[in-house]
Design a protein around this ligand. Structure first.
Ligand code: MRU
Length: 352
């Protein structure tokens, strides 16, 4: 992808808007039929929006949390950043507790802490600049990953993606969807399939809508159609995002990703994970140590507010799973590509 790539043509949606006084979040619970924003005026409203999935996607929740710290900074008096941090810590901890699996949330808060720890009297401006930098760097990383990931795909390929990893889940352009945007623009990707992503339907409600807004055709499939699709030879790559990539390359992502990786290996389809380095967590040795978020079983009891399951039926609703590194052909980050990831290759690119 050359530097003349027309990003504005392929990327219109922005889920997070800082107004200078409040955080406006495109309400992803209501898409695609209602385009409405939630206004957060304090950090607890941001934590609530993260918990309720008004804003979602690993990079996006990190960015929203960083702006949550900026909102919290308006509520405390302090002479410098260190003193401010002491007072802000409870708000930071409430933000951090909003969702457990995506490491970008803790990463963004740690970065805000580091910036504040060395700030002087202008600590509020420092916090604002840091939150903006986190957002700006995410957009730049996505654009870079788009080029790196698309380069791995042979011209004319079909791809399958899962969940929503686009502008809606990031500062813009997207991770896996960034690769798809770049690959489509270059003619490397000829056909895009998106899985529905039960139970919350990120694929059906968000991904195909987002691509449609940007003039990119995608074909929706039931999650359960994925292995059959691979068997037909229609896709050469599965391209997904990540919520946490461990030191050994094991990757947590939306529930259903693991079974796609197994089916892909069986059918000779390649499997690509696309995520910024803020999703890489070298402190977590392997997937065994990742906390998998469990959500309300009620998400499985109905669709669009209509109950589809008899009363009294139990449901188990883990919303992420872990794909072992050995099923991953390439991890694409803005720092570079790790093929057939393992501990040594991950350390070589990300340690230090
Ligand atoms: O529960 P969600 O919608 O926040 O889950 C999102 C995913 O699993 C995405 O694939 C991941 O965060 C990467 S987004 C660039």
């Amino acid at each position: 992808m050359d530097t003349a790539f027309d990003f504005d043509r392929y990327d219109h949606i922005r889920p997070i808007l800082w107004t200078g006084e409040a955080l406006e979040l495109l309400d992803q619970r209501k898409l695609p039929f209602v385009v409405e924003h939630v206004t957060c005026r304090d950090s607890d409203e941001v934590a609530q929006a993260i918990r309720d999935l008004a804003v979602r996607g690993a990079p996006a929740i990190g960015i929203a949390a960083a702006w949550g710290v900026v909102l919290a900074s308006g509520t405390v008096e302090a002479d410098d950043g260190t003193a401010a941090l002491l007072k802000l810590e409870p708000a930071l901890q409430r933000l951090n507790a909003a969702r457990p699996t995506a490491v970008n949330l803790a990463w963004a808060l740690a970065r805000m802490r580091r910036a504040l720890a060395t700030a002087g009297a202008d600590w509020r401006e420092v916090a604002t600049r840091e939150a903006q930098a986190i957002a700006d760097e995410d957009l730049a990383a996505n654009r870079r990953m788009g080029a790196l990931g698309a380069a791995l795909v042979a011209p004319g390929s079909g791809v399958l993606t899962h969940c929503n990893t686009g502008s809606l889940a990031t500062a813009g352009f997207g991770t896996a969807l960034g690769v798809i945007r770049a690959g489509m623009a270059e003619g490397r990707i000829a056909k895009v399939y998106a899985g529905e992503t039960r139970p919350w339907l990120q694929g059906a409600r968000l991904t195909v809508w987002e691509l449609q807004q940007d003039g990119i055709d995608a074909t929706l499939i039931a999650d359960s159609a994925a292995a059959h699709l691979m068997k037909t030879g229609a896709v050469q790559w599965v391209v997904v995002g990540a919520d946490r990539i461990c030191a050994n390359g094991d990757t947590a992502n939306k529930i259903g990703t693991y079974q796609l990786a197994i089916a892909a290996r069986h059918h000779g389809v390649k499997f690509m994970v696309v995520a910024p380095s803020s999703t890489v967590d070298l402190d977590t040795a392997s997937g065994e140590a990742i906390e998998i978020e469990q959500r309300d079983p009620g998400e499985l009891h109905g669709l669009g507010g209509v109950r589809t399951v008899a009363e009294g039926i139990a449901a188990w609703n883990p919303v992420f799973d872990v794909t072992p590194a050995e099923l991953i052909d390439a991890i694409v980050t803005e720092r570079g590509v790790v093929e057939q990831p393992d501990l040594a290759k991950m350390r070589a690119l990300f340690a230090g």
